[in-house]
Design a protein around this ligand. Structure first.
Ligand code: SAJ
Length: 470
């Protein structure tokens, strides 16, 4: 039986594209969100987040009369819950948003409805959701304990789309569908079939929950391996980017990319749900989280080392004269999302810790978030590079990849993303980035300044500490 009316609870990075996708198939969709501003924006046919192609999709859906937003749920045939699942203290999952969503939809549920949990969830969350619904609506039969004798179907169907490619991946990716019962799974497949071209693979709710967590934990472990390699290479004076590209020529090796740390609200969060459910067993998953969380601090220290060597080699300058450009503030390339961004964490820490002038460059935003206005200056790319003594490359945005290496002449570069590798490799062959350490700072034949390994041996010239002081 086809669905005629669907409700999506939570109109964020996942809920809104999902709602618009159903609406694009001419199904009536009511999106529900507690944020009145987001609701108003969507009802005008506009979007409150940045995601390629989503604006057109939402505009067409709203103007075509298939999508509307509201702050209160209303009856529908299927309800998709796409609310955040952050962690609390000690990395314990916080299901408060799911519980609120359950309480909000319970009064409008009817016999024959389907409820799908799309939010990334710890093992057992779908069972917990079913119990919350059953408690709120004792007049309806729910599949508590997997009973087939139910009037409302419940399933977990985790979202798996990549921010920046959401619209394409929503349609193309396979879906893992974990019903509380086989009938719940079957009903969910019928729903997703309306727009998913990928395969809909059926399992049970707990396995579906763990599958989603496993995907993100696997990526986190892979990135941690690359980040660990970057530290080892730095120690041994090896270019980690060259090393990885060589190792990846092996037919069964595929190492991910090191960076300034892991950001976003998924990969840096979800592995903890596994760790908190099996603290004794999840040793590697925990270690990966720690390695990735430590990387921003390593980058901050690296910039401090560079500053230290500038002051050591240019005794006439004080730290106050030095300008640091932090290139990129988003959590990854070509998006505007600053939440849980290691790049932002690094820029803020440098701004706070150093007496230098620190500015941020982020081509995807027009102003700093409210909490940073007047604290961290936002500058245009070219202007920032011209002014900077130290350029810290934090995000590999497409704009930064067009920067010619000669723009770095006379500047120190800390390139956490390998932006100046690959395309610029030949041009940069005479130049030594900071993480391939050399023992002294000097001018190389092309005039680009080499960066030192800092003064870990404590041999800095007298007076550097004083000039570092605020
Ligand atoms: N990163 C690296 N090196 C890499 C790849 C990524 O440092 O080689 C960093 C990024 O810069 C970023 C962080 O990791 O800071 C996460 O970025 P991402 O592109 O790996 O992932 P997300 O968080 O945007 O989306 C992930 C995706 N999961 C997987 O690829 C397994 C996506 O499919 C999920 O739907 C999403 O999490 C989610 O919502 O859970």
């Amino acid at each position: 039986m086809k669905f005629k009316k669907i409700s999506v609870i939570g109109l964020g990075y996942i809920g809104l594209p999902t709602a618009a996708m159903f609406a694009s198939r001419k199904i009536e969709v009511v999106g529900v969100d507690v944020n009145q501003k987001a609701v108003d924006t969507i009802n005008e046919g506009r979007i409150h987040i940045v995601e390629p192609d989503l604006d057109m999709l939402v505009q067409a859906a709203v103007h075509g009369g298939y999508l509307r937003a509201s702050t209160t749920p209303e009856p529908a045939e299927a309800f998709l819950i796409a609310v955040p699942t952050p962690f609390k203290e000690h990395h314990e999952p916080d299901l408060a948003y799911i519980e609120s969503a359950a309480k909000a939809i319970a009064p409008v549920l009817e016999k024959g409805n389907l409820v799908i949990l799309e939010s990334t969830s710890p093992i057992g969350a779908t069972e917990q959701l079913t119990q919350w619904l059953a408690r709120e609506r004792p007049d309806l039969k729910f599949p508590v304990d997997g009973s087939e004798d139910c009037e409302v179907h419940v399933a977990h169907c985790p979202e798996r789309v990549l921010p920046g490619k959401v619209v394409r991946e929503l349609v193309a990716n396979d879906r893992v569908i974990g019903g509380m019962t086989p009938a719940c799974s079957q009903r969910s497949v019928e729903l997703y079939r309306s727009f998913v071209v990928g395969e809909c693979v059926i399992t049970n709710a707990r396995t579906a929950e763990m599958a989603k967590l496993t995907e993100n934990a696997s990526r986190d472990v892979g990135i941690a391996f690359a980040n660990e390699l970057s530290l080892i290479c730095d120690k041994h004076d090896i270019d980690v980017w060259e090393l990885i590209s060589l190792a990846n020529r092996h037919p069964r090796v595929n190492i991910l990319e090191p960076g300034p740390g892991v950001g976003g609200h998924c990969i840096a969060v979800d592995p903890w749900f596994i760790v908190s459910s099996a603290p004794e067993e999840a040793k590697m998953i925990r270690a990966a989280r720690r390695i990735n969380d430590a990387k921003p601090h390593w980058v901050i220290n690296k910039v401090k080392e560079v500053l230290f060597s500038i002051l050591k080699n240019q005794p006439d300058r004080s730290a106050r004269d030095i300008k640091v450009a932090c290139m990129g503030l988003a959590f990854k390339a070509d998006i505007d999302d600053l939440r849980e961004s290691p790049a932002l964490e690094i820029a803020e820490a440098l701004n706070e810790d150093l007496p230098c002038t620190v500015f941020g460059v982020e081509p995807n935003i027009s102003e700093m978030p409210a909490n940073l206005r007047g604290v961290l200056e936002l500058r245009e790319m070219d202007e920032a590079i011209d002014a900077a003594d130290i350029v810290v490359m934090l995000v590999d945005h497409r704009e930064f990849k067009t920067i010619q290496p000669n723009r770095m002449l006379g500047k120190e570069l800390v390139d956490t993303r390998g932006v100046f590798r690959g395309k610029h490799q030949a041009a940069m062959s005479l130049w030594t980035p900071v993480n391939t350490k050399r023992s002294t700072t000097d001018e190389s034949s092309n005039g680009i300044r080499n960066t030192t390994r800092g003064d870990k041996d404590g041999s800095a010239s007298v007076g550097v500490e004083e000039r570092l002081a605020v």
